[in-house]
Design a protein around this ligand. Structure first.
Ligand code: ADP
Ligand code: MG
Length: 221
């Protein structure tokens, strides 16, 4: 489903970060990417999510080059196919949980039926993640662990094929980290979402089925 070939990326201040990296991911896989701070994990996820471009190399999603897309096509690729979660929850403070979750839908021109279907899907996800009761609350009224679960639901409301999670448990205590890790694996299995998780946590990495280490700009098993 996703294929990265010979990816090079450098930053002027830092030099080479990704050094001819290649990676192949099949639909429904769950993979962990570990590696020291500054090894390029976020850079790699940003390239997969087309938030950033490599200096050279190719990225194929379902055999289509995402690097040769126009900006509109690229935005569509991101909205339709990719969900993101990051270390910090990034919920909008003036919107309720429900409004935050439904926000990605406003990036689309959708019919009322499509909206209703998406809302139904959001309710199922809220139930799965155990936060149905929070829908009317504002971000300041919920805990960090709960907020991260809201972010997870928001990332999935458009039914992406791939979820990119960048240190998703980095700000959570161990109980909430473990809960989020379990939820991620359940969603991978139940919904068939392809999971790519960059993490420092061996516990979270251990829950994925394929493991890679990013070192010296390359991935190794
Ligand atoms: N936009 C940028 N401009 C300059 N340097 C960057 C930028 N993004 C990342 N870097 C540098 O690239 C290296 C890899 O960063 P990053 O991908 O964030 O690593 P990780 O997520 O593994 O900690 C770091 O040295 C970082 O400072
Ligand atoms: Mg990072």
């Amino acid at each position: 489903m996703l294929r990265l070939e010979n990816i090079f990326k450098s930053f002027i201040q830092r030099g080479l970060v990704l050094d001819g990296l290649s990676l192949k991911i099949e639909q429904g896989n769950s993979i962990s990417i570990t590696g020291p701070s500054g090894s390029g994990k976020t850079t790699l996820l940003n390239i997969i999510g087309s938030l950033d471009r490599p200096d050279s190399g190719e990225v194929f999603f379902r055999d289509r080059s995402i690097l040769s897309m126009t900006p509109d096509e690229s935005a569509l690729y991101r909205n339709r196919n990719i969900g993101f979660i990051f270390q910090d929850h990034l919920l909008l403070p003036h919107l309720t949980v429900r409004e935050n979750i439904l926000l990605p839908l406003s990036a689309w021109r959708i019919t009322e039926e499509q909206f209703d279907a998406a809302e139904k899907h959001a309710l199922i996800l809220l139930g799965k993640t155990g936060i149905t009761a929070l829908s009317g609350k504002y971000p300041f009224q919920i805990s960090g662990g709960e907020a991260q679960r809201v972010t997870l639901v928001r990332a999935l409301v458009n039914k992406p094929d791939i979820l990119l999670a960048d240190e998703p448990t980095g700000s959570l205590d161990s109980r909430n980290a473990s809960l989020l890790g379990t939820l991620l694996t359940e969603l991978n299995i139940d919904l068939g979402i392809t999971l790519i998780v960059a993490t420092h946590s061996n516990d979270l990495a251990g829950k994925m089925s394929n493991h890679y280490k990013l070192e010296n700009g390359k991935l190794r098993n």
